[in-house]
Structure formats: structure tokens, C-alpha cells
Design a protein around this ligand. Structure first.
Ligand SMILES: Cc1cc2nc3c(=O)[nH]c(=O)nc-3n(C[C@H](O)[C@H](O)[C@H](O)COP(=O)(O)OP(=O)(O)OC[C@H]3O[C@@H](n4cnc5c(N)ncnc54)[C@H](O)[C@@H]3O)c2cc1C
Length: 375
């Protein structure tokens, strides 16, 4: 049902609008409202907070289907889950009651603020500070590249409460959009996923109530790692979805494009290319669904599975989408067809929520650890 609902939104709302949204770099508010109306924001929220009580598999199915149409739209949706996981998993009852129903209804979007200009892959190098003063924390610092930045109402933000301890001195906070001292800086002009908002968050003596601390002081890095572990299958699902969309475009074009007196789909070179694309997509889909099911089974550790799924699915998408452009030939390189956008969109999946280099580092350290070896 979730898959069908997301598919309908993709066919009826996303596909007709995606080129224009991309061209104008316009946040897809109308589509977001449709997603909310279809209850897709409820999918990943527990029933007691007005969600549907679904799990990781439900979320990846929705993300995959939306990504078939446009990864720009699907990141606006998936980034809400990313921004929600910190307090959904580690927040107090009060925080969950206050924020989760709003997110479930789609009335408010969420975002996750970790990255800074000097702290990307090395998140522990962050400089943002949060100092407890009476019954509130004062936050100072700037976050960079934040998806849904400027559009979301609720931000999960990581800042150092004890800089001497490095990443062990980080804490997570909920910051509401209208909090005095919280503003938005540069909005990025991007290669792909151009309808999504990627923006700086600027904190200047921003006071947030003590009650907005997520978990305990000093657990911000654990909250971050667990959040990314849980969110990463959704990013992997973007790779599967965008590649599936590109394959469908390539098949449809190949069947109607005639050269040398016959449809190009009759040439074995094209058929084999399409066969390889379909096979790789299915392999990635299996990895993504497998990690989602592992999460839903209540497993304690799925870091390696999620890293493998995101690594494979995003590299796969960066093989499949250029091949879709190749099948379409010259028109594939124009903006009259969606495959060039799919290729631009797919690139980011290799970069965000842990670059593929960092994920390879993580995977190999798990491989060595299992064998009791050191790299
Ligand atoms: C469109 C977009 C949306 C984003 N959304 C969010 C968001 O919502 N929230 C958020 O907090 N962040 C977000 N980010 C930030 C994103 O997660 C980071 O860009 C990413 O983690 C990489 O950090 P960096 O850009 O600083 O690259 P760097 O860390 O500077 O890396 C540069 C290159 O060096 C490589 N490298 C670095 N360290 C190593 C190493 N140890 N071994 C091997 N190679 C290495 C990297 O793989 C990469 O190829 C977003 C970024 C973009 C572009």
C-alpha cells in the first residue's frame, strides 16, 4: 500500500513537475503537501505519536518510489526522517509528544545539522559550541549543507558541550526554527537534487531550553552515529529508485527509437546494457531490503550492512544512470529527457551520509574486527 501510494504521487505529481522544479531550483512544497496528505510522513513514526508504526522497510519503499520520479523530492522526504530519528530514538517522552505528531501529519518538516565547513567526514572536528547557562543552552556556530535547511521547522543539531573531550563532548539538541539567534545563511546552488534546499544554519547566541537536550550531555556523537546507521538505508533506496527510473526511461526510448531500419532495442549491445542495468538494480535492492529487514527485526548492530547497501546502491546508480544517457544517445544529454537529471541527481548519493570512501573504511574495519585482526 505504501509503495503504491508513493508510486501514485510519483506518476501524477512528481514526473510532470520535476523538470520545472529542477530548472527553477524550487522547493517542492506542493508535492510535500501531497506526501503529507497521503500519510507518508506517518510511516516511520510510532502509532502512539500519531504515526503508522511502520519500520525501516516501509520507509525505504516510500523513498525508492519517490526517487524513481525525483531524488530532489525524495531527499526532502528522507531528510525529515533523518532529522526526526535523534529525538524519536533518544528523546524524552515530552519531546516525542511535542514534536512527533507534528512531523507525522507533515505540518512540520525536520532536518539534521551535523556538518560544518571544517568538519565533514571528520565530524569530530566540529566547532559549534553549546554552553549551559541557567535553564538554557546558548549555541554558537554554523552548520553547512543542511538538507531542508530554511524550510524545516524542527532541527536536530549537534554541538560541543565539552570541547576538551572532542567528539565525546558533543551533545544533540532540538532547535525550533523561530528560536531567537537562529538564522539561515548561504543556500547552495547544486549540480543535482536542485529542488531540495541545502542551506547553512547560523547560531548566534541562540538560547534553547535545557529540556531540548536529546539524551544526555556528551552522547551527541553516539546519537549521530546511530541516527546515520538508521537513516542510511533510505539513502541507499534513493540509489535504487533513481536507477530504476533511469532504466524505465531507457527501455521505453530504446523500443521506439529506430535506426538502421529497426528499433535500437533489437540490437544486442543495447539489450545487454539494459540487462546489466536491471541486474545491478535488483542486486542493490536486495541489499537495501535486507538491511531494512535487519533493522525491523530489532537487531542491535547493522552499521556494516547499511554501509554496504549505501555504498553498492550509490555506485550502482552512478553506473546505471550514465548508461541510461548512453542508450538515449544525443537526446539523453539534453534536458528534454529526464535521464541527464537522474545522472546529476545520482552523484550526491555517493557523497552524503558518509562518503563512499568513509563507508569503505568502516566496512573494512568491521571485516578485520570480525577476524580479530587490525587493519
Ligand atoms: C546536497 C547535500 C546535502 C547534505 N545534507 C546534509 C544534512 O542534511 N546534514 C548534514 O549534517 N550534512 C549534510 N551534508 C553534508 C555531507 O554529509 C558531507 O558533505 C559529507 O559527509 C562529506 O563531507 P565534506 O563535504 O566535508 O567532504 P570531506 O570530508 O572534505 O571529503 C573530501 C573527500 O575526501 C575524502 N576523505 C575524507 N576523509 C577521508 C578518509 N579518512 N579516507 C578516505 N577518504 C577520505 C572524502 O571521501 C571525499 O572524497 C550534505 C551535503 C550535500 C552536498
Amino acid at each position: 500500500m505504501i509503495k503504491e501510494t508513493a508510486r501514485q504521487i510519483t506518476e501524477e505529481r512528481i514526473k510532470p513537475q520535476r523538470a520545472e522544479l529542477d530548472e527553477k531550483e524550487q522547493f517542492p512544497w506542493e508535492i510535500i503537501k501531497e506526501i503529507a496528505k497521503a500519510d507518508l510522513f506517518r510511516v516511520f513514526i510510532p502509532e502512539e505519536y500519531e504515526g503508522l508504526g511502520g519500520g525501516s522497510l516501509d520507509l525505504v519503499l516510500a523513498v525508492e518510489e519517490l526517487s524513481r520520479g525525483c531524488c530532489g523530492v525524495s531527499i526532502c522526504y528522507a531528510a525529515v526522517a533523518l532529522g526526526t530519528i535523534p529525538f524519536m530514538r533518544f528523546g524524552t517522552e515530552e519531546q516525542k509528544k511535542k514534536y512527533l505528531p507534528q512531523i507525522a501529519s507533515g505540518q512540520e518538516l525536520a532536518a539534521f545539522g551535523l556538518t560544518e565547513s571544517s568538519a565533514g567526514s571528520d565530524a569530530g572536528a566540529m566547532k559549534s559550541r553549546a554552553v549551559l547557562e541557567g535553564d538554557s543552552y546558548t549555541i554558537n556556530g554554523t552548520k553547512q549543507f543542511i538538507s531542508n535547511g530554511g524550510e524545516a521547522e524542527i532541527y536536530s543539531v549537534i554541538a560541543l558541550t565539552n570541547p576538551a573531550k572532542g567528539s565525546r563532548g558533543a551533545s544533540a539538541f532540538i532547535v525550533e526554527r523561530d528560536t531567537p539567534g537562529f538564522t539561515f545563511g548561504k543556500k547552495e546552488k547544486k549540480m543535482g537534487i536542485r529542488c531540495s534546499a541545502t542551506c547553512e544554519l547560523v547560531f548566534h547566541n541562540c538560547r534553547v531550553p535545557k529540556g531540548n537536550l536529546i539524551g544526555k550531555e556528551g552522547t551527541g556523537f553516539i546519537v549521530t552515529l546511530k541516527t546515520l546507521d538508521e537513516s542510511r538505508p533510505g539513502v541507499a533506496a534513493q540509489g535504487v529508485g533513481v536507477a530504476q527510473g533511469a532504466l524505465e526511461e531507457a527501455v521505453a526510448y530504446a523500443r521506439q527509437r529506430v535506426q538502421f531500419g529497426q528499433p535500437i532495442s533489437s540490437f544486442q549491445a543495447i539489450q545487454h546494457m539494459l540487462a546489466d542495468m536491471a541486474t545491478e538494480i535488483e542486486a542493490a535492492r536486495c541489499l537495501v531490503y535486507a538491511v531494512a529487514r535487519t533493522i525491523d527485526s530489532g537487531a542491535a548492530n547493522f552499521t556494516e550492512d547499511g554501509a554496504m547497501a549505501k555504498l553498492f546502491a550509490s555506485d550502482m546508480a552512478m553506473r546505471v544512470t550514465p548508461n541510461a544517457v548512453q542508450v538515449l544517445g544525443g537526446v539523453g544529454y539534453t534536458r528534454d529527457y529526464p535521464v541527464e537529471k537522474m545522472m546529476r541527481d545520482a552523484k550526491i548519493i555517493q557523497i552524503y551520509e558518509g562518503t563512499n570512501q568513509i563507508l569503505r573504511n568502516d566496512i573494512i574495519s568491521h571485516v578485520y574486527k570480525r577476524k580479530g585482526m587490525r587493519p
